[in-house]
Design a protein around this ligand. Sequence first.
Ligand code: PRP
Length: 211
Amino acid sequence: MELTIALAKGRLAKFAIDLFSRCGIDTSELEEDTRKLVVYDKKNELRFILVKPADVPVYVYRGVADIGIAGKDTLLEAGLPLYEMLDLKCGKCKMCVAGYAEKQNDRITSTITRVATKYPRVAKMYYDEKGEDIEIIKLNGSIELAPILDLSDVIVDIVESGTTIRENGLAILEDVCDISARLVVNQVSLKTKSAKIQPLIAKLGCALEDM
Ligand code: PRP
């Protein structure tokens, strides 16, 4: 019974490779500097697929991958029903509302807040919970530019070291939620392949404690 694991290309993949290798999984093909998108640990009947971070939940939800590793930001934004089985406690950062602190008081309260973000779903959920109507401006990067150029009043974005916010003269106004990498499992796979998935998750959990 083969398991397919979707990994987000980039920083998270490095952490995941280290974690898998600590569990006795052969990660040699994953460590090779190639452009291959599918690699194997044949002995352990594992297939790894390398995808864009935002696509990890899609592959897992559709059952093409049984397991995926993705940031909580990506998972919240995807909003798909997946089982979140492990908090890998890496890639830690915060989802925040940021902007010019002083400008917020000057704004006429009856005007709708313009929110620039890469995470429209997360932003909407957050403001819905507060009962506040907002206008979302979806951007794909360099979000901090939006309030600087008055494209938006605030941004909803991830803050890691705080450098980008600071160097662009902005401030954190509100914390939305904590973010870290999570291991997610397809809901059907967890039932049909539990004999293989559960022991793997247990091993990964133990390896995590030693990291
Ligand atoms: C992310 C995020 C912030 C920055 C936060 O952007 O959108 O801009 O990192 O990190 P910091 O608090 O450590 O400065 P990313 O680097 O992914 O680039 P992007 O602007 O292209 O989205």
